[in-house]
Ligand binder design. Sequence first.
Ligand code: SF4
Length: 119
Amino acid sequence: MNKTQKGKGKGIPKRDDNHYTKGLPAPLVENYEWKDLANCKDMDTEIFFLPWGARTTTKKKLEDTAKAICVSCPVIQQCLEFALATKETYGVWGGTTPEERAKILEQRELEASGYEIAN
Ligand code: SF4
């Protein structure tokens, strides 16, 4: 490696590592039509994506508002699985916060590795 190559491309994700497409279902209608049935279909997305840096109490209140909409959503499970598959790190999806989804993913990884979780 010469000096001009040093650091070249640093920080730029490889095509396969692209966060925005990795884990997304194939772009087929049947993989996304569940969104047409969502309770949030015509709602403001700001309800589900909190303002950056929201304080803890505000964050909890806003997340609870979003979760109250999700709880009766007919596609809550599809929404949750979509967010888990894409490792969505922002917003309330399928009635869960990013922190709750991280715990679900961690638990699934442990279970897949054969680790038994005591209840
Ligand atoms: S579960 Fe919540 S975020 Fe997901 S589609 Fe339904 S209302 Fe929207």
